[in-house]
Design a protein around this ligand. Structure first.
Ligand code: ARG
Length: 397
């Protein structure tokens, strides 16, 4: 019998009041010890964790357990095509940071380190050497309120509805933008205004913070041949940092654990800028390139998509900002699958997310099936977090 697919077995709803699951703790600790020859004393550690859960309802990860657990969560992220690099994740242990200001400062450092824009990076201070980073803040103690960030990503562009109903900016952020305005924020009103961070702590409620320039690395978009493309004034940010997924390691949950990798071009060129309910730029690009849009059979959408994606890759490369293309990344993902299988492990993967949104069949990841499983440690998007990122309004009980 095969392992059931996770579509049949969705991740169980998270109960923040429940004590840490002992079986999950044991499973994680066994895996951590099995994969790390240097880790010592599994028996003693298991006994100590059992006692700690009995006494307090949870247990505290060692720094090494936390680091390895975060890497395993990435390795188990079924939707991520970039997992060949899972060992390279930089894990920033922020478990002792609790105040809104402290959290904000840590998030700024996160973005600076991830984008290579921190002054300590010396000659790289202009940024572009993107590093995969995760900042892990305090775990949720059973039944106790916890800190979180409302935003879906640390960097996202606002979306404003103007008087005649058209959206300026990212339509996906329209409700969230309105909520931020109601909390007192006011953006300049361009199509690429970076939203403030909404940091919520049990003590202080929600506080808004404006990210400094050093935390926001961006790339202006130009096309390698069509000079007029630059006049569209398009841009995108360099560091995609998911901010509202819960990191779950061995029965301990970290509701605030933002993480980033670097972009694959299609995420921007074939989704964020192209989707009809996002920036919806295919008609604009087709017009700019003089394509014949009188019939679908001219494949003007496909032609516009390819040129938009070329512009994204070209612009990031020209700016020295790390990005990858879907052909290269597909081959690397299959290399990851081979390496994992050589280590005796299956790679959980979701075909519908792994296959890129353009030229799927031209990449090797299209032509096979994958092992569908929900393996922990992992990242989970809770309904409440999803709703908060969409609307900027907490669901009051
Ligand atoms: N697809 C999301 C976006 O376009 C980002 C998801 C994470 N991507 C990554 N390359 N790590 O903003």
């Amino acid at each position: 019998m095969g392992t059931p697919g996770y579509r049949d077995h969705p991740a169980p709803a998270w109960d923040p009041a429940a004590p840490a699951d002992l079986a999950e703790a044991e499973e994680f600790l066994r895996q951590y010890h099995a994969e790390n020859a240097a880790a010592e004393g599994l028996r003693e550690r298991l006994a100590a964790v059992r006692r700690e859960i009995d006494a307090t309802g949870t247990y505290v990860h060692t720094a090494d357990e936390l680091t390895y657990g975060a890497k395993l969560a990435w390795r188990n992220a079924s939707r991520c095509i970039g997992r060949l690099y899972w060992r390279s994740l930089l894990v920033l242990d922020r478990r002792s940071v609790h105040t809104p200001h402290g959290i904000f400062e840590s998030l700024v450092r996160h973005l600076e380190i991830a984008g290579g824009t921190d002054s300590r990076a010396g000659r790289h201070a202009r940024g572009g050497v993107i590093r995969p980073v995760i900042s892990v803040f305090a775990p949720a103690a059973p039944g106790r309120p916890y800190a979180r960030v409302w935003n879906e990503q640390l960097v996202r562009y606002a979306g404003y509805r103007d008087v005649d109903g058209a959206i300026v900016g990212d339509p996906a952020q329209e409700q969230f933008t309105t909520a931020m305005e109601l909390l007192g924020w006011k953006g300049p009103g361009t199509a690429f205004d970076v939203l403030p961070l909404a940091v919520e702590t049990p003590r202080d409620g929600v506080t808004l913070f404006e990210l400094p320039e050093s935390a926001i690395l961006e790339v202006p978009l130009a096309h390698p041949e069509h000079d007029c493309f630059a006049e569209l004034g398009l841009r995108w940010y360099a560091v995609p940092a998911i901010a509202n997924q819960r990191l779950s390691i061995g029965g301990v949950d970290y509701p605030l654990a933002p993480f980033n990798g670097w972009y694959m071009g299609t995420e921007i060129g074939a989704r964020n800028l192209a989707d009809g309910d996002r920036y919806n730029l295919l008609p604009t690009v087709a017009r700019l390139l003089g394509l014949d849009t009188s019939s679908e059979t001219t494949l003007w959408r496909d032609r516009a998509l390819v040129e938009l994606n070329r512009a994204v890759l070209h612009s990031f490369e020209r700016s020295g900002v790390r990005i990858t293309d879907h052909h290269t990344e597909s081959a690397r993902f299959l290399e990851h699958v081979r390496r994992e299988e050589a280590a005796g492990r299956q790679v959980p993967a979701d075909w519908s997310w792994i296959v890129p949104p353009i030229s799927g069949g031209a990449t090797p990841v299209f032509h096979r099936y994958y092992h569908e499983a929900d393996q922990r440690p992992n990242f989970y998007l809770d309904d409440e977090a999803r709703q908060l990122a969409r609307t900027g309004e907490p669901a009051f009980p």
